[in-house]
Design a binder for this molecule. Structure first.
Ligand code: HEM
Length: 148
């Protein structure tokens, strides 16, 4: 139980904390750079981050499912855990879409030095990361304050 909780929170810290850093610190600071410098930097940073985020998601979802099993199943856990599960799966779907579509488009456009296309793909990535960051912070708040 303790190990599952540790893995769960460790995964949440890496995933949500990484999105907070990317969205709130890296992206606004990188805006000062011209596109041929900014977009390769963001594409390389995001490519590394999504690999760690993928591992973190496996930890969060795997340990979350284990915690539900240890608690006696979905019928034995409260509404906050039901909401957390739904929000966590929605966040995972958004992550999967980001990795499948806008991120490869961003990488391809950067490799071809098509800065306008790269900028458009980056705008898509930014929106998805922004939505997932909000969902992550809401989920965290529910997990900590919604248990009654
Ligand atoms: C499929 C996804 C998820 C499942 C199945 C799941 C399941 C669970 C379960 C069963 C618990 C234990 C509840 C308790 O002891 O009262 C828990 C705790 C927690 N979860 Fe999740 N969760 C998921 C995703 C998330 C996400 C996305 C976040 C945050 C962004 C999150 C944050 C937390 C936190 C902070 C705790 C409290 C840990 C503690 O105090 O020990 N979970 N989760």
């Amino acid at each position: 139980m303790q190990v599952a909780r540790w893995l769960h929170v460790l995964g949440v810290v890496v995933w949500v904390g990484g999105m907070f850093f990317a969205h709130m610190a890296l992206r606004p600071a990188a805006q000062a750079l011209p596109p041929p410098q900014r977009l390769p930097l963001l594409a390389a940073t995001l490519s590394r981050f999504v690999a760690w985020a993928g591992l973190a998601i496996l930890m969060v979802v795997g340990s979350g499912v284990a915690l539900i099993g240890l608690a006696g199943g979905m019928g034995a856990v409260g509404a906050a855990v039901h909401a957390m599960t739904g929000l966590g799966l929605a966040m995972t779907a958004i992550y999967a879409w980001l990795v499948a579509r806008p991120l490869p488009q961003l990488r391809a456009a950067v490799a071809a030095a098509h800065w306008q296309e790269a900028g458009a793909a980056m705008a898509g990535v930014r929106r998805l990361v922004g939505v997932n960051l909000v969902l992550g912070l809401v989920t965290l708040t529910l997990a900590m304050l919604g248990r009654g």
